[in-house]
Write a new protein. Structure first.
Length: 324
């Protein structure tokens, strides 16, 4: 007997668990309670008349029926996103654009897009991390965000369109009294054994912490332990001051009182910035953002890598594969 019409929400729940193979992480990705996620999975299993996951105290695995459903679920959700984009992207609707932090590359792209398309309402949001923003985009609560797309789960990235924006040189934010604060630039080799904060423990910025972990492993840098999630500049300053660790950033990170920002060199580590949006989204504001990124990038060489630079192979492949 054919399955009844299936609520796309149930398929999103299935896809999140299938990709994470962990109910707690999947619930966090969808921003729902774990009990609600489990309830949706049980409902989907009842509707389909099939067990989709094998659950033990140690692991979650797809059953053969779960494996069989996976490609269908992805195709249905992709089509659903295209439908939403085709009929929900008129110019009358504001476009919600997550900048992560104000005063950086993404903010410059937004400012130029507003000049290109002044008739469009481009609404800025200031959330934290592409890992979180990507889930919001797929859920239809956000339209565009910026960050390291290579750090997203393959299934998440499959639902997004991606445009390379910039190779951002990394830097270190230091307390003004730090011994390295007087240097014009800091060679990576001099950080061996140093403890540096890079967002460990913040699930919203997982893609950034994973990039930092690759960099730190290559140069013997220690990852600072998690700290309480700080919202706002004042809270971030207070928490960082208590830890006393340097903070990994990019060279355009807004300056904070009592700190200095020093570029990292020999080689220059790069953070690959991309712009992402839901597949199928159509909106004149999105067109303006893409044009703005292209014009700024061409004018300032944003996609030109320094001769001596560092970037993981997976990130480089994605950036080069998507660049025109």
């Amino acid at each position: 007997m054919p399955a009844p019409d299936t609520d796309p929400r149930l398929l999103r729940a299935f896809l999140a668990v299938a990709e994470e193979l962990h109910f707690t992480r999947a619930a966090a990705r969808l921003f729902v309670a774990q009990q609600a996620l489990s309830r949706d999975i049980r409902r989907l299993e009842r509707e389909l008349g099939a067990e989709l996951f094998v659950r033990t105290t140690r692991q979650v695995a797809l059953t053969p029926d779960g494996e069989r459903l996976l490609p269908y679920a992805r195709r249905v959700l992709d089509a659903h996103a295209e439908l939403a984009g085709a009929f929900g992207g008129g110019s009358a609707r504001p476009l919600l654009v997550d900048l992560n932090t104000d005063g950086m590359t993404a903010a410059r792209v937004l400012a130029r897009a507003r000049e290109i398309a002044p008739e469009c309402e481009l609404m800025a949001r200031f959330e934290s991390g592409l890992t979180w923003a990507a889930s919001e985009i797929l859920a239809g609560r956000l339209d565009v965000s910026f960050g390291r797309a290579a750090g997203l789960a393959p299934g998440v990235r499959a639902g997004l369109s991606v445009q390379p924006v910039r190779y951002e040189p990394m830097a270190l934010m230091l307390p003004a009294a730090h011994p390295l604060a007087g240097r014009a630039a800091i060679p990576l080799s001099e950080l061996s054994g140093t403890t540096v904060y890079a967002g460990a423990g913040n699930e919203r910025t997982r893609e950034w912490t994973e990039l930092a972990a690759l960099l730190f492993a290559a140069w013997g840098i220690e990852m600072a332990p998690p700290v309480p999630l700080a919202v706002g500049v004042a809270e971030f300053q207070r928490v960082m001051a208590k830890g006393g660790h340097p903070v990994l950033a990019v060279t355009e990170f807004p300056p904070l009182p009592g700190t200095v920002l020093r570029p990292l060199v020999d080689p220059v580590p790069l953070s690959p910035l991309t712009m992402v949006w839901r597949k199928g989204l159509r909106h004149p504001g999105l067109d303006a953002l893409r044009t703005a990124a292209d014009r700024l990038g061409q004018g300032e060489g944003w996609l030109e890598r320094p001769p001596a630079s560092w970037l993981p192979e997976g990130d480089l492949s994605l950036m080069c594969g998507l660049s025109p």
